[in-house]
Design a protein around this ligand. Structure first.
Ligand code: PMP
Ligand code: GLU
Length: 395
């Protein structure tokens, strides 16, 4: 039978990060010793108190639906966290817990955007943003940023991107894929532009805990006028190594939160009861040793990449990615073949040196590749050697 799929799903591509990861895991299953630097998934274990809280939920009958927006216990704990750690005042009713921050983001776009509305997205961006925006019929407006500004959007660029259709401005700091972290003065400068326009701000702060020697700041806490039109998205996947528990949340003004909860009541029912119980315990179980270990890996990776001819690599301040520019290598040849694109570079690197990276095209940056250092330190060291060997063989 010839299947007829909706134009909505025909217009999207599968998540590049998840597809490279799936391909890599298949190679690993087949016994190939691939170093997987593709997906953004901490290699640490879920904190023990969170794991036990999940087990306890299962054995103590917490296995039924919860309210669509999540349990009161978790929403209270999140409100407390947002107040204490981010300086953001929300009531538990303003918080909607979802099946991962990815799901929260989707709820936000569904709730705030009508077809034809524009969403400003600074590039390099995480693959999922433009696809979700398109899925709801809105239009991604990409603001191209590069190494010259540390991959950060300037106030002038933001100002220029606004039109009368702008509905949401997306800010992701610390950023996936670049690791860029906006400073206080940079956020205040963007805030100056934002207060002059009538648009929502979607602050994806999922990497907030993963910063190295700099501070993470929530834009809404810096400029109280922005609070009513900011939606904060965060989750448990990165800070608590809980990717498989599927738990994230959004915090917003009450009418927005209520609308997201009704949307979710039809789309997902409620997030997992078990994961929510684990989430309450996780919020008190953050392990700073994880940050120290990430920093150690980042340092050795960046130092190694910077020593490779033809590779430029900024030192990122946050998240667990590096985003080297390999533009100069794209005209070079691998065994007679001009490499041409970052996608081909990553294919050849995977095939011949068994290092999995995600090509920059997926993030709106065709001269870069993304390497995740959410993998063991020894793997990071070895990956640098493999990349060096690959680059040295180019003509
Ligand atoms: N935002 C960003 C920037 C991310 O990198 C991720 C990672 N998947 C997410 C949101 C979503 O995370 P999750 O759905 O696992 O909570
Ligand atoms: N955010 C991670 C990444 O970019 C996880 C995979 C995904 O959800 O895209 O690799």
């Amino acid at each position: 039978m010839e299947h007829r799929l909706s134009s909505r799903v025909r217009a999207i591509a599968p998540s590049a990060t998840m597809s490279v990861d799936a391909k890599t895991k298949a190679l690993l299953d087949a016994g190939r010793p691939v170093i997987n630097m593709s997906v953004g998934e901490p290699d640490f274990d879920t904190p023990v108190p969170a794991a036990y809280a999940g087990i306890r939920a299962i054995t103590h009958g917490q296995t039924k639906y919860t309210a669509a927006a999540g349990t009161v216990a978790l929403r209270r704990a999140i409100a407390k966290k947002l107040q204490e750690e981010n300086g953001l005042t929300y009531t538990p009713e303003q918080i909607v817990v979802s099946c991962g921050a990815k799901h929260s983001l989707f709820n936000v776009f569904m709730t705030l955007c009508d077809p034809g509305d524009e969403v400003i997205i600074p590039a390099p961006y995480w693959v999922t943003y433009p696809e979700q925006v398109r899925l709801v019929g809105a239009v991604p407006v990409i603001v191209q940023c590069d190494e010259s500004t540390g991959f950060k959007m300037t106030p002038a660029q933001l100002e220029q991107a606004f039109t009368e259709r702008t509905r949401v401005v997306l800010l992701n700091s610390p950023c996936n894929p670049t690791g860029a972290v906006y400073s206080r003065s940079e956020l205040l400068a963007l805030a100056e532009v934002l207060v002059r326009h009538d648009a929502y701000i979607l602050a994806d702060e999922i990497y907030e805990r993963l910063v190295y020697g700099v501070e993470h700041l929530s834009i809404a806490a810096l400029k109280p006028e922005l609070m009513p039109r900011t939606v904060v998205v965060n989750g448990f996947s990165k800070a608590f190594a809980m990717t498989g528990w599927r738990l994230g949340y959004a915090a917003a003004e009450l009418p927005i939160a209520k609308a997201m909860a009704s949307l979710q009541s039809h789309g997902a029912g409620s997030p997992s009861t078990i994961s929510q119980a684990a989430g309450v315990a996780a919020l008190d179980a953050f392990d700073p040793a994880m940050v120290a270990e990430f920093k150690r890996r980042r340092d050795v990776l960046v130092e190694g990449l910077q020593s490779l001819p033809g590779v430029q690599c900024l030192m990122p301040d946050g998240a667990f990615y590096v985003f080297p520019n390999i533009g100069q290598l794209l005209q070079r040849r691998w065994r007679g073949e001009v490499i041409g694109t970052a996608t081909r570079f990553c294919e050849l690197l995977l095939e011949h040196e068994l290092v999995a990276a995600v090509p920059g095209e997926a993030f709106g940056a065709p001269h870069n590749i993304r390497l995740s250092y959410a993998t063991h330190y020894d793997n990071v060291v070895q990956a640098v050697e493999r990349i060096r060997r690959f680059v040295e063989q180019l003509d």
